[in-house]
Design a protein around this ligand. Structure first.
Ligand SMILES: *Cc1c(COP(=O)(O)O)cnc(C)c1O
Length: 475
């Protein structure tokens, strides 16, 4: 009986070179004996598949390693899955299958259409960048004068354009600094003001910011000691005053941005904390630069500085709608101490962040801003058009329903944003997620809601087409 023998190429591809691949094949006879007509024997070699011009073209923008991995995986799938091995095992079919599975770009991240109605969805990357910011990223990707003075060829202040743009928006700040994220901004403020000393903070503000990270742990990790005052629901200025002493590095005011305590509560605002005679650090979380009437409970940088905060910290990719970053606004001496701290270098942002941040602050309204301020009637009109577009698919019963959007991302937990959605059968949620691009809706009371608040209106037709494609697939 002739034993199937691996060709050299196959043995190498399986990582079996040097071992005894023949035995491996031998130990898995089909139907009790090895079959000579096993379609798996006729699989093309990896090299032969890779030589296809269509895959060479894919390799030129995705990288050869990525494409080779996809070919290897496809051949492996054909080898192990007898059903699919029965068809499409010739080189051209293998290439077709590989091309279908390859991403459009060289990142494994997939563009997602956010139809959840959650504007800052942490799992979907928080704030989407504006076209202006995307353009700035592309510019910054090459050699740029991020730290270079083109007039005299000398070294220049890193990110000076970004810092100037931020200062122009917040004239009350004597100085501005940018770090990697909001947590880094708080860490750096604590390091500069209170390492080895005490940070006085209310027990009602000891928040967890997500994924198990807690602000109290962050602060003690800097070498500062926490001095907790008040209770979960109430704290008074006297509580703070009793705790402040020669060992106080700063008083910290944290905006509890992802939850709300209601009822018998009391807190002390920055204006009063600033009378204590020690620097007040205000972590406002979301990054509003000035008040927004849509979000009355949300603190902003300008107001916190005017109230007397020495330093205000926040994120760049929440309500500001920019790239991930931590923004620091404050008095010249404290910001300079932060900038000069040895760990500042470990928290510094790259040129891409600086470019996207400047374009966000100086440029047209961000997608985050537009989604937050979307006109409910406009959203309703778009939903009605989508539902009408799908009306011929009677079995899905697409229907326009009220849908309250939320800010999300640890911001404005009490605020609901009046809006609309198209309701589909619940089974559409999973099917739409597996489309290209994936559409992420919200499952509510047994239905899949597509809320268009965070969907670019240019994508409305793509959404309709995706629903149609799912319908045709018979979900
Ligand atoms: C979100 C948030 C942080 C953390 O900011 P990141 O940019 O996610 O690091 C810290 N403090 C508050 C109050 C927040 O809302």
């Amino acid at each position: 009986m002739a034993l199937p023998v691996f060709k050299t190429g196959e043995a190498e591809y399986l990582g079996l070179a040097g071992s005894i691949p023949v035995r491996l094949r031998q130990s898995r006879p089909i139907g009790g004996r090895v079959q000579d007509r096993d379609p798996r024997r006729s699989l093309p070699r990896t090299d032969a598949v890779l030589a296809d011009p269509r895959l060479e073209s894919a390799a030129s923008h995705l990288g050869r390693a990525r494409v080779k991995r996809a070919v290897t995986e496809q051949l492996q799938a054909l080898r192990t899955d007898v059903v699919s091995a029965g068809a499409g095992t010739d080189a051209a079919s293998v290439v077709d299958a590989v091309l279908r599975g390859l991403p459009d770009g060289a990142t494994s991240l997939q563009r997602v259409i956010n139809a959840t109605g959650v504007v800052l969805h942490t799992n979907l990357g928080r704030a989407p960048l504006s076209p202006a910011a995307v353009q700035a990223l592309a510019t910054a990707a090459g050699y740029v004068d991020v730290e270079f003075d083109l007039t005299d060829g000398s070294r220049a202040r890193r990110g000076r354009g970004t810092l100037a743009a931020l200062r122009a928006q917040v004239p009350d700040a004597e100085a501005v600094h940018v770090v990697n994220n909001g947590a880094a901004a708080l860490v750096l403020a604590t390091l500069a003001l209170a390492a080895g000393r005490e940070v006085v903070v209310s027990r009602g503000e000891m928040v967890e910011i997500g994924d198990g990270f807690r602000l109290p742990d962050l602060i003690t990790a800097t070498g500062a000691r926490l001095r907790e005052v008040g209770t979960t629901n109430r704290v008074t200025l006297d509580d703070y005053a009793a705790a402040v002493g020669p060992d106080t590095g700063c008083v910290l005011k944290v905006h509890p941005s992802n939850f709300r305590i209601e009822g018998f509560t009391r807190s002390v605002d920055v204006l009063d904390l600033a009378t204590l005679g020690v620097p007040v650090v205000a972590d406002i979380g979301s990054g509003l630069l000035y008040p927004d009437s849509l979000l009355p409970g949300e603190p902003d940088v300008t107001s916190a500085l005017r109230a007397g905060a020495a330093v205000v910290t926040c994120s760049g990719d929440k309500l500001l709608g920019g790239p991930q970053a931590g923004l620091v606004f404050g008095t010249a001496d404290v910001v300079e101490a932060m900038r000069r701290h040895p760990l500042a270098r470990a928290l510094r942002v790259d040129k891409l962040t600086l470019a996207a941040l400047e374009a966000t602050v100086d440029g047209p309204p961000s997608p985050t801003h537009r989604a937050l301020h979307a006109d409910p009637d406009d959203l309703r009109g778009r939903c009605e058009r989508l539902a009408a577009d799908l009306a011929d698919l009677a079995e899905i019963g697409a229907e326009v329903v009220r849908s309250d959007g939320v800010v999300g991302g640890g911001g404005a937990p009490g605020v609901t944003l009046t809006g609309w959605a198209v309701a589909l059968p619940e089974s559409y949620a999973a099917a739409l997620r597996s489309g290209r691009p994936p559409i992420v809706g919200r499952v509510e009371r047994g239905r899949c809601l597509l809320d268009l608040r965070c969907v670019d209106s240019a994508d409305d037709e793509a959404v309709a087409a995706a629903v149609r494609a799912v319908g045709a697939g018979g979900v």
